[in-house]
Design a binder for this molecule. Structure first.
Ligand code: UN1
Length: 476
């Protein structure tokens, strides 16, 4: 059993959760301790006790700790990538890329620790000065999803530590492996005991305990809309800062003048890479009339050619869905789209492979209407639709016809339309001639509308959430 990390101690529990490979359900990777109420309380107390010293720790120490973690993640990216592919199901190159991204995030925040500044302003009163400084928020609860088992824990934990907070990380029950490896590295990084704590197991116990604990002063969550609402209500009750990243139903607009190769590549990548299990996935392809048939033709061909299989097979281009529950959800959406009259152009079926796993064909529906369920709710799987648009204005209206607002993309060579889209797309991130998914680690990440709540993640904007501002008035 892989134990919990609480106050610098490795702690086993009476129950453990098996970590199962979605490419081969006979392959049990390991089992991970299931944190109960008692362990959650210990972790919260540890984070509380450790907070003050870490909040006042020298920035050189913070830099060195974060650098240590980033360096080791980078050295071990192939091994961690393999584990990631095995536990989550994305293909090995994507998984190694994600491990590398986690390393670079720690490296970035190692530098940020040395760059945290404040502001000095004149007061309106004579002889008085004003100073603005940023202070850590307190013990931070971090709840992460299964689709990025190491990148998302990294992009929340690294800034939390960088700005002097103590942390309790509760990774998704389905993918504890990479988070555990990261915790093990953190435990040898020189970080004082209790500043970082790891609770594995189901969210309904450890996650709920964090939500109910007044000591947790900030909570960063990425996951479903439903759970996000529960998190938000709990945070409000405790007057606690919150940062929520939830769903997406991201549009990729293809205008008549788009380069067909660029547009179909962007759609294929955005819709199906990582098995479509990204909140940034390009799930609604909004295509202008003049290019519609050629685009659908070429995308259908590319979609059918994608090789689905086990994540570690070098031939595989798209790995399995993460588990049976998610697969059932995906299949349910495919059925509902069929019933609503969408035209199935590619995929739609489970795929048989040599190993028992949750394989689903990349699925493309065309001629869908914006009000169909398949275009309203997030599937979180390899399912995309096309919607016809009569012109740019219609395409923009369709793109914004959603409760979500995470990313929005456009493929065009028109500077005029790209510029207009950049300003008028209701989304936190806009991509031109690129997939809606796949983001850099050093710039802000987040959305608008129902997708996100609270300050942006990543880059130096992360300071907004992981610090609180103090205003000091000084008479000299
Ligand atoms: C990406 O598209 O590179 O859960 C990142 C998600 C997002 C991260 C997407 N928070 O899919």
């Amino acid at each position: 059993m892989k134990p919990l990390l609480i106050n610098g101690q490795w702690i086993e529990t009476s129950h453990a959760v098996p970590n199962i490979n979605p490419s081969d359900t006979n392959d049990v990777i390991d089992s991970y301790a299931e944190a109960g109420m008692a362990e959650a309380e210990l972790a919260i107390a540890a984070a509380q006790n450790a907070f003050d010293d870490w909040a006042h720790s020298p920035v050189q120490q913070r830099h060195d700790v974060l650098k240590f973690i980033g360096d080791e993640l980078m050295q071990r990216k192939d091994e961690i990538g393999r584990l990631l592919a095995r536990e989550e199901g994305k293909i090995l190159p994507e998984a190694i890329g994600e491990a590398e991204r986690a390393a670079r995030i720690f490296d970035f925040f190692a530098g940020e620790a040395l760059r945290l500044g404040g502001q000095v302003l004149p007061s309106t009163r004579p002889g008085v000065g004003v100073e603005l400084t940023r202070e850590p928020v307190g013990p931070v609860g971090i709840i992460t999803p299964w689709n990025f088992p190491i990148a998302i824990p990294a992009w929340k934990v690294a800034p939390a530590l960088c700005y002097g907070n103590s942390v309790i990380l509760k990774p998704a029950e389905l993918v504890p492996g990479c988070a555990w490896v990261m915790a093990e590295i953190i435990s040898r990084s020189g970080l004082p005991d209790g500043v970082f704590n790891l609770l594995t197991g189901p969210g309904r116990v450890a996650g709920a305990a964090m939500l109910d604990a007044p000591a947790i002063r900030a909570l960063s969550f990425t996951g479903s809309v439903g759970t996000g609402k529960v998190v938000a209500e709990a945070c409000l009750r405790h007057n606690r800062k919150m940062q929520l990243e939830m769903g997406g139903k991201n549009p990729l607009v293809i205008l008549n003048d788009a380069d067909l190769e660029t547009a179909t590549d962007a759609a294929l990548n955005g819709a199906f890479f990582s098995t479509g299990q990204r909140c940034t996935a390009s799930s609604r392809l909004i295509v202008e009339e003049g290019i519609h048939n050629r685009f659908v033709e070429m995308l259908t061909e590319k979609t059918r050619a994608l090789r689905v299989g086990p994540a570690l097979d070098p031939q595989t281009q798209m790995g399995p869905v993460v588990d049976q529950t998610q697969l059932d959800q995906d299949v349910g959406f495919i059925e509902s789209a069929r019933k609503d009259g969408a035209n199935l152009r590619a995929g739609g079926n489970l795929k048989r492979c040599d190993t028992p796993g949750f394989f689903l064909e990349p699925t493309l529906f065309t001629d869908t209407a914006s009000d169909m369920r398949i275009n309203r709710e997030e599937v979180f799987g390899p399912v995309a639709t096309t919607i016809r648009a009569s012109d740019y204005d219609h395409a923009l209206a369709l793109a914004n016809d959603t409760e979500f607002g995470l990313t929005a993309g456009i493929c065009t060579i028109s500077l005029k339309h790209a510029t207009h889209f950049k300003r008028h797309a209701q989304a936190g991130m806009v991509m031109v001639n690129l997939p809606t998914a796949g983001v850099d680690y050093h710039v802000p990440f987040g959305g608008t509308k129902a997708s996100s709540y609270g300050p942006r993640e990543q880059g130096s904007y992360a300071a907004e959430f992981f610090t609180t501002v103090k205003t000091a008035y000084i008479q000299s």
